[in-house]
Write a protein that binds this ligand. Structure first.
Ligand code: ADP
Ligand code: MG
Length: 596
């Protein structure tokens, strides 16, 4: 890969996009940020702005309309300047919202951290307390608290903070419970750290994103709730005012002077809306899973952006022809090829081996053949794949999907992760059949059993109802092969089908593939990192290194006279019985090179 980086001219940075640019890529979040920044700046600068005293009354000048002289937004029922009151009121509302969020986050997170980490009685007591808070309707509880404490802005703030504590406590506890049993926490315990130190140096940093996300999504709510209390006269008391109390005072004049209530109403809307849009954006950016795909979902088919016209087919026709295939990945703003210039052919009934160390691009090549590389970030940037002479990438999405599983089937490396854990294996095989054939459920089940027998699973009649976790690794791989065979494909692509298995099972699976190939005339593309497997199975082999094929030829020829140094090292990696120390000597240089 490093070599690939060095040989392609780089004009754009491949660094990961910063959180900032990711956030600004999200148009709504950027708009929210802009609106919020403008509102916040004006509110912050209120004492220095050339606006009248917000509390100076002048009854003679009451209820001036918008755009009247000296009062841009008019005046209210006491002749006070609405613009000045709006700016000062916004200041109060933002300050109360932020403080309430901070208090709720602090107390709630501590409760969540402690109960999630301590578990047992502490957890029980704390969480039942939280449950009691949650048992009351939310705004009613806030009203009750203010009724006890007495009306006033500060008491409204406390009330709002208290009713929001459960959200933080619950969220944080959930994450902490998962983290507290992880190995790195055990390791910290073994190193003799105190519980408090573990909680704040090991657990807290992992929980912090959750706290920030919860904060960013609740600030808007808290501002709204404080405004609600003030609207009812329980929050800000005259002469002090926040947006809610302005709205409450204006309500009585809704018909005579609608602007008095509409203006603070619009401000609340703009404020809460911008905070929520920004909060959503922040949440997306902080979630590493959403980050990975540049905040977009993978598409059903790999994106194609071939800069060169696909080459025309030459005379000879093999069942699978790959010509100068190039697949790239987006990194930051650049696209970097992961595999380049891949050309090979696969004839009917032939077994073609693709061998190379981990990371050399074997899986990317295999997935590219039917447009299965996740996109974004993957893009097919060049070359062509022909199946029976027809360019695959020129087909529509549905066209490519019709090929998958029917004409070309995959067997993956780790069947435990590719089989669905909650469905019985028989159902999964049947599903593979039903994706391409219209047959009844019972018939599909009968076929699934037949396929399982075919791939050598004993008592297929009973095992058909087993879940993947009830089977051994070898059996699961046989299920994977059965699914691949479900629609009588012409080509099977097996991506390291035996790497997860032990040696005896590996031999059996390879024998099975070999038999199927002879019996059904299947073409087999076998991906592996083991020359022993290639020697046993493949007619021809291509050696991959750093995303390119460095050597290709008949297996016997390559084994006898490898032309590339790298091939020689790979061959030397196959241990022979009784070779012992000599084997270690021969693989040492390989490891020396592989290590960065
Ligand atoms: P292997 O030969 O072990 O199967 P792969 O084909 O999986 O290797 O990977 C080849 C190269 O492509 C690696 O350098 C890997 O980092 C890169 N790669 C694979 N998948 C992705 C992805 N989703 N995003 C970015 N790079 C990827
Ligand atoms: Mg792989």
């Amino acid at each position: 890969m490093t070599q690939a980086l060095a040989t392609t001219p780089q004009t754009v940075s491949t660094a990961r996009l910063s959180s900032w640019s990711l956030l600004l890529n999200n148009r709504l979040a950027a708009a929210g940020l802009l609106v919020l920044a403008v509102i916040g700046l004006i509110a912050l600068l209120a004492p220095w702005l050339p606006i009248p005293n917000p509390n100076a009354t002048l009854p003679a000048n009451r209820l001036q309309p918008v755009l009247s002289e000296g009062h841009l937004l008019g005046t209210d029922h006491l002749g006070r300047d609405i613009l000045a009151r709006l700016i000062w009121g916004t200041r109060v509302s933002i300050a109360v919202g932020l403080s309430a969020t901070a208090i709720a986050a602090l107390i709630g997170s501590v409760i969540g951290l402690v109960s999630g980490y301590a578990r047992g009685v502490t957890d029980n007591i704390l969480m039942r307390g939280i449950d009691m808070l949650m048992a009351f309707p939310y705004i009613l509880l806030a009203l009750a608290i203010v009724a006890v404490l007495g009306p006033g802005l500060l008491n409204a703030l406390y009330a709002i903070a208290i009713v929001n504590i459960p959200f933080f406590a619950r969220n944080v506890r959930g994450v902490t419970v998962g983290l507290a049993s992880r190995e790195f926490v055990d390791a910290a315990r073994l190193s003799g750290k105190s519980h408090a130190a573990i909680l704040f140096t090991e657990v807290l940093p992992n929980v912090l994103p959750v706290i920030v996300i919860t904060m960013s999504t609740t600030v808007g709510w808290m501002i709204l709730e404080t405004a609600g209390l003030s609207f009812l006269g329980l929050g800000a008391q005259p002469p002090q005012s926040d947006l809610g109390s302005m709205l409450g005072e204006g309500r009585r004049l809704l018909f005579n002077a609608p602007h008095v209530s509409i203006i603070p109403g619009l401000m609340i809307f703009a404020l809460v809306m911008s905070i929520n849009l920004l909060g959503d954006g922040v949440r997306d950016v902080l979630d590493p899973r959403l980050r990975a795909g540049d905040l977009t979902r993978p598409q059903a088919v790999t994106r194609f952006d071939r800069r060169t016209q696909p080459p025309q087919p030459s005379g000879a026709r093999d069942i699978l022809e790959v010509e100068s295939l190039e697949t790239s990945f987006q990194r930051g703003r650049a696209t970097v090829p992961a595999v380049r210039n891949i050309s090979f052919t696969l004839g009917k009934g032939e077994c073609f081996g693709l061998i190379g160390e981990s990371g050399s691009g074997k899986s990317v090549t295999a997935l590219s053949l039917l447009g299965l590389v996740a996109s974004p970030p993957g893009i097919i940037t060049g070359g062509t794949v022909r199946i029976e002479g027809e360019d695959v990438f020129s087909r529509s999405e549905t066209g490519i999907r019709a090929l998958r599983g029917a004409k070309v089937a995959y067997v993956f490396q780790d069947p435990l992760t590719t089989l669905h854990p909650l469905y019985r294996v028989g159902e999964q095989i049947a599903e593979a059949i039903l994706a391409h054939k219209r047959i009844g459920k019972t018939e599909a089940r009968a076929r699934a059993i037949a396929l399982m027998e075919k791939v050598g699973i004993r008592d297929a009649n009973e095992r058909v109802d087993a879940f993947p976790h009830e089977m051994s690794g070898g059996q699961r791989q046989r299920i994977g092969i059965a699914m691949a065979l479900a629609n009588d494909p012409d080509i099977i692509i097996a991506d390291e089908p035996t790497t997860a298995l032990d040696v005896t099972v590996q031999a059996k699976i390879l024998d099975l593939l070999q038999d199927l190939r002879r019996e059904r005339g299947l073409a087999l593309l076998l991906i592996t990192h083991d020359f022993g497997v290639v020697a046993q199975m493949c007619d021809r082999v291509a050696v991959m290194k750093d995303g390119e094929i460095v050597e290709c030829g008949r297996t016997a020829d390559v084994l006898r006279a490898p032309r590339h140094e790298y091939t020689r090292k790979l061959i030397a990696c196959v241990p022979e019985l009784g070779q012992g120390k000599a084997f270690l000597e021969s693989v040492r240089p390989l490891f020396a090179e592989v290590k960065p």
